[in-house]
Design a protein around this ligand. Structure first.
Ligand code: GCU
Length: 728
């Protein structure tokens, strides 16, 4: 494919109503190179591949898609994980950007590489066109960079439309149907492409009756969604119910070893690919939290996954089979069952049995997206299986997009965790870091945080998480703080230094701050059952969900040692098994995940556990107070009272109109939550007001967490705060 980019307009503003870290450039892919058969070809839809934004007048930018130069000339930089070049494994999405005689040239072997290259030029901004001549080469660390939507077609009576969604309704569905107007999906596709995401699953892993039919009756509509994503190099996947042969096919069974069941799935897959030739595959939550699966027939996960894999294999499809399997009907009195062990106990013995197109999708920790968990040992336990890492961009347990919590640092810690130990050999083969393992096999997946909200993500600053996710999936070695600053610069172009500084301050250590005022030292949960927002120390203590802290008058924590506990610590390779087993070496932040200790136990920090709990909870709230005050100081600069950020006005410093909803896809013809804003209020003002409102709620909630947690442990232990602060 050949691409040319035209230019015009001003490059000082990276504008888009979609939230904005995407492109200001015009990209047209020459129609004569279109290959209608190529499933992911941008060229197949040249009209849609043109971006209606601009790069500044004097700059020349051109793209070349010369396969031989690009393939021979492009050497991975981003794509080097643990010292190995991970590119060229599926599609070559790499690109080279150079400047010769003032012209910026993007070279790539395929159209998607060109697209990513152009977005990269946008990220570089003016720097791409000035300074010393430049040659940069980039390639993704992994070919599979995916977002899962937990969207329901119909509004579910308990979970609402988007399960664990905090950004309004679904961008795909409305009134029980696929939306007629998919313009926000088109803007979203572009947004995701600008971060490097290339696959999206469009419905909830809990597949209810209505949603199951996406696979059959709704296929033409799924095809419309796929068409909205296709120009941006993104393939669509569906979550499917393992019971579909019964519920949709009228068979008496969904036994994976029954030939009629296998035939039903083959025919279903054939119909999907006939309608959507570049369809990605199926996501399956089986035998987990009430979802149907192979256990009912005495079969195991490999039997179930492989049967589906065979159905999709002729089409090059994938099966993402989730490892989030545990007993959610546990008796809290039963101390021998440990939910943390469950995924490992179920899946590790099946290593080597999964078909080549099955990807076992593993949550980053053994429990459930907590603010702090050890990395799941399953990731290292299946060397002969394709394993994907699953992260959660939507902030289910991290403040539900009411709290400003930038998760880039958490994900970076997970991705760079080395199973060979803190000093593991980065060039080891096979790779031993989380990023190294998953990049070679199953890639990286996360649950999306986007909805039909005015600011797309509820909390406008939660957009930083979506951005950082895509960029880290492309390059897991990227510095998360640098990515945050990149997002701030692209999202608030020309903002005054104090605004930029405040955004950085509010977000940079917000993950650690959230951890400080919520559940301590890796123990997890302590949230309100059901909706998972706000504190409730004993909320899950006597429930069947397997998430306990075991606090009594003497101490707290879960003994997961091999010597005296559940043995979970022994599921890690050395040195971690020993590191976690021993009180002397277990890191403070995970102490209560692995050990039950007295409140007077002294941490490596020199503090007792109880004093650590008090100190972090007071400090966490003080930090939020500082964030809120800092934001108050700059909110006015972001407001458009002076008329400088409203639609139609020329951009000025502090202009954040791009983060509003005034353009690109927000107008889907229904009243979304964000659309009640009084007419006339500019989007900069609305953004500032939304952030202020959320920070006020974060502060209220943090105080509630502090007081409930401190009071609970003071009452349990009877040990007063050394500093005599107020505990109730
Ligand atoms: C969590 C979450 C559920 C979700 C589940 C999953 O338990 O609370 O809403 O369905 O994870 O990942 O499948």
């Amino acid at each position: 494919a050949t691409a040319t980019a035209t230019h015009g307009g001003s490059f000082t503003r990276l504008e888009s109503g979609s939230g904005v870290f995407d492109a200001d450039l015009v990209l047209t892919i020459a129609e004569d190179d279109a290959d209608p058969q190529a499933p992911s070809s941008l060229a197949a839809a040249p009209h849609a591949a043109s971006v209606d934004h601009t790069i500044s007048g004097d700059h020349a930018i051109s793209g070349r898609g010369n396969a031989s130069t690009a393939r021979n000339g492009v050497v991975a930089t981003d794509g080097v994980v643990d010292g190995r070049d991970t590119t060229g494994e599926e599609d070559d999405e790499s690109f080279r950007v150079s400047r010769e005689d003032g012209a910026v040239v993007v070279e790539a072997a395929c159209d998607r590489g060109l697209l990513y290259g152009f977005f990269h030029v946008v990220r570089l901004g003016e720097a791409a066109f000035s300074g010393p001549d430049l040659v940069e080469r980039h390639a993704p660390a992994t070919a599979l960079r995916m977002l899962d939507h937990w969207d329901n077609v119909a509004v579910h009576e308990v979970m609402g439309q988007v399960e664990r969604g905090y950004s309004g309704g679904s961008i795909f569905y409305d009134h029980g149907r696929v939306r007629t107007d998919l313009s926000r999906v088109e803007a979203y596709a572009r947004l995701l492409a600008s971060t490097g995401v290339n696959r999206v699953a469009i419905n909830n892993v809990n597949v209810h009756a209505r949603e199951a039919r996406l696979l059959t009756d709704d296929l033409p509509h799924v095809a419309r969604i796929a068409a909205a994503f296709r120009p941006w190099g993104i393939r669509v996947h569906l979550s499917v119910s393992f019971a579909s042969p019964i519920t949709l096919g009228g068979l008496g069974t969904s036994d994976p070893l029954d030939p009629a069941v296998a035939r039903w799935w083959r025919e279903a897959a054939d119909r999907v690919w006939a309608e959507i030739p570049d369809f990605g595959g199926f996501v399956v939550k089986a035998d987990s939290e009430g979802q149907p699966g192979p256990f009912a027939y005495g079969r195991d996960h490999a039997d179930g996954a492989n049967m589906l894999a065979e159905a999709v294999a002729p089409h090059g499809g994938l099966v993402h089979w989730r490892a989030f399997v545990y007993d959610h009907r546990q008796d809290w009195r039963d101390r021998s069952t440990d939910r943390a062990r469950a995924a490992h106990d179920h899946f590790a013995p099946l290593d080597g049995r999964f078909a080549e197109n099955v990807i076992v999708q593993v949550k980053y920790g053994p429990m459930d997206f907590q603010v702090r968990e050890p990395v799941s040992p399953v990731i290292a336990a299946m060397p002969d299986t394709r394993v994907a890492l699953e992260l959660q961009v939507t902030q289910e347990y991290t403040g539900q997009q009411k709290h400003a919590v930038y998760l880039g640092r958490q994900w970076s810690e997970v991705l760079t965790f080395d199973f060979a130990g803190p000093d593991g050999d980065r060039a080891a083969l096979p790779p031993t870091s989380v990023a190294g393992i998953v990049a070679r096999s199953g890639g990286i997946v996360a649950v999306s945080n986007v909805g039909d909200d005015e600011f797309w993500t509820g909390h406008p600053l939660a957009q930083a998480n979506l951005y950082a996710y895509g960029r880290l999936a492309w390059n897991p070695a990227a510095d998360p703080t640098a990515l945050l600053d990149e997002w701030i610069a692209l999202t608030f172009p020309g903002a005054p230094a104090d605004v930029v500084h405040t955004l950085h301050e509010v977000l940079d250590e917000s993950w650690e701050t959230y951890e400080r005022y919520t559940s301590p030292l890796g123990v997890g949960f302590m949230v309100r059952p059901g909706h998972h927002y706000g504190p409730d120390v004993d909320g899950y203590e006597y429930t069947p969900w397997g998430t306990y802290h075991f606090a009594d008058r003497d101490g707290i924590g879960v003994d997961r040692t091999v010597a005296t506990g559940t043995g979970y610590a022994g599921l890690y390779p050395q040195p971690w098994a020993s590191v976690y087993e021993s009180l002397e070496t277990c890191p403070d932040e995970l102490l209560l995940f692995f050990h039950h200790v007295p409140y007077t136990h002294v941490l490596h920090s020199g503090k007792t556990v109880i004093q650590h709990i008090y100190d972090t909870h007071f400090d966490g709230v003080e930090r939020v107070e500082r964030f809120a005050a800092a934001w108050d100081g700059v909110a006015a600069a972001l407001s458009d009272d002076g008329g400088h950020t409203g639609p139609g006005h020329a951009p000025r410093p502090g202009d954040t109109a791009h983060a509003g909803a005034d353009t690109a896809g927000a107008d889907d013809g229904r009243a979304g939550p964000g659309r009640t804003t009084p007419a006339g209020a500019g989007s900069g003002a609305r953004l500032a007001a939304r952030v202020s409102e959320r920070l006020a709620e974060q502060l209220r909630s943090a105080i509630e967490w502090r007081d409930q947690v401190n009071t609970y442990f003071y009452r349990k232990s009877g040990i007063p705060d050394e500093q005599g602060r107020t505990i109730f």
